[in-house]
Design a protein around this ligand. Structure first.
Ligand code: FAD
Length: 438
């Protein structure tokens, strides 16, 4: 474990694990405070399984820890969601002007914006309009933690998510080959899931290796690394907030974390990769676009508070080496890789959609938020120009359809992965203490 958490390069990025730990110690409390504000903790989400593309396996978590408590409408500050699109409408900005006869602050942006850029989305952003399906949730009262959701249903779900990692690299011929591979993998996974759950190091087929992904091609490895990092992060949360039924206390359980994450160098690495990716995406958004966004069209106070808090975070991220950890400018630019980007987008969307199938409401909530958060990060990294002024027309159309729900998902996902890095830091100290005592 100590070797896995030493100061080494995070795989394909420019960042290091040491930089991530240092940055996280600096911003952890600030980010926690930000996520405690009503703006970032109030989220509308469709928790129904209507969009689940899989057959219902009938497995629903009956444990009370799996349930979430929605907010009643009267508890929500309407100012938070009156304008769900954040594109600035000022006449002196690079963005669209309000239609004639309507001033900037009062007109309903949702009528005007539509989803002009939905084809560049890497997720299905939640719709906050009054008549959309879904419930409002206070994320502070519905924390991600151990719920007891496990067994064949949970493992099958992970299997379906990893099975999305079958890219059709070079045209139709390979697509057929990859579909065959995908079928084999799903079969393998089904065989493993039929056995009682156990955490042997070799129990799971190494999907990454089966697909012959070249080690040096970040374009092809990105999807797997993201998903494995998310998996490691979710495992970390449930070990860091583990319900001890005997003492009736929430506890951090080092041995369980080691078994699920800590002993596996690649899982630790992928988790830190996700942290570096989120840091880079958030820095790019705040630095390049922060002044272009209107966080609340109906309350100057909320708008200023959010702007100031994000700007403080942006300043802290600027001084960290992780601000440049991902060199996204070079990604998907090589001949033949553009199609991979389209496929990546589709597969990340599929993963977001598959979250509607998770048989535990609380896990589904956080699964949906985090896949929307990673989707938004990828959109910022791979579709947004470096700065608004680099391509005003493209910026205009991208920001017009940028939703509050995407920003909230993005920041909460950063909060989750930051929490995992914090937990890894704590587990590392615990392990060091134990070694000293022996
Ligand atoms: P699992 O975590 O189910 O993993 C299955 C197999 O995947 C392992 O045997 C291993 O070989 C492989 N694997 C494990 N980690 C990685 C990795 N990082 N990279 C690559 N391969 C890996 N439970 C909760 O208590 N709270 C939650 O909030 C929660 N959220 C969830 C969200 C989703 C989307 C899903 C699918 C499940 C969630 N669960 C949650 C369940 C939890 O993730 C585990 O599935 C459950 O605890 C059973 O764990 P397990 O030891 O059987 O292995």
């Amino acid at each position: 474990l100590l070797l896995h958490l030493e100061d080494r390069k995070i795989g394909d990025t420019n960042g290091t694990i040491g930089s991530a730990l240092t940055q996280n110690r600096k911003i952890f409390d600030e980010l926690e405070d930000l996520l405690q504000t009503p703006y970032f903790s109030t989220y509308k989400v469709d928790l129904s399984d209507k969009k689940c593309p899989l057959e219902d396996d009938g497995a629903q978590c009956a444990n009370s820890q799996c349930a979430i408590e929605p907010l009643s409408f009267g508890d929500i500050d309407e100012k938070l969601f009156q304008s769900q699109f954040l594109g600035r409408l000022r006449k002196d900005s690079v963005h669209s002007e309000a239609p004639e006869g309507q001033d900037d602050s009062s007109y309903d942006q949702s009528l005007y914006h539509k989803d002009a850029c939905s084809d560049v989305n890497y997720c299905f952003p939640e719709d906050e309009s009054v008549d959309s399906e879904g419930v409002w949730v206070d994320l502070r009262g519905n924390a991600e933690r151990f719920t007891g959701y496990q067994g064949p249903s949970a493992r099958n779900m992970w299997g379906m998510l990893y099975a999305e990692n079958c890219f059709s690299y070079n045209g139709d011929e390979d697509a057929t080959k990859n579909n065959e591979k995908k079928e084999n993998i799903v079969e393998d996974l089904a065989g493993i899931m039929a056995r009682p759950a156990k955490r042997e190091m070799d129990a799971w087929p190494d999907i990454d290796t089966q697909l012959d992904l070249p080690n040096d091609c970040i374009e092809q490895r990105l999807f797997y690394r993201l998903l494995s990092g998310l998996h490691a992060s979710i495992s970390t949360h449930l070990c860091y907030n583990w319900w001890n039924a005997t003492s009736e206390q929430w506890e951090a359980v080092l041995p369980d974390w080691l078994e699920r994450v800590g002993w596996f160098e690649d899982r630790v690495n992928n988790m830190f990769f996700d942290y570096a990716l989120m840091s880079r995406a958030i820095y790019k958004l705040i630095d390049g676009y922060g002044s272009e966004l209107v966080y609340s069209a109906s309350s100057n106070t909320i708008d200023n508070e959010v702007r100031d808090a994000l700007s403080r975070l942006g300043n802290d991220l600027r001084s960290s080496p992780l601000a440049d950890a991902i060199d996204e400018q070079g990604l998907y630019k090589m001949p033949g890789t553009a199609a991979l980007k389209t496929e990546l987008r589709q597969r990340v969307r599929n993963v977001n959609m598959l979250m509607s199938c998770v048989g535990c409401e609380r896990c589904r909530l956080w699964g949906k938020i985090q896949t929307a958060g990673y989707g938004t990060a990828l959109k910022i990294l791979l579709e947004f120009p470096e700065k608004a002024s680099d391509d005003p027309e493209l910026t205009k159309s991208l920001l017009k359809s940028f939703r509050r729900s995407e920003l909230v998902a993005l920041m909460n996902t950063f909060g989750r992965i930051s929490n995992s890095v914090h937990a890894a830091d704590v587990f590392k100290s615990q392990a060091e203490e134990e070694i000293k005592e022996q």
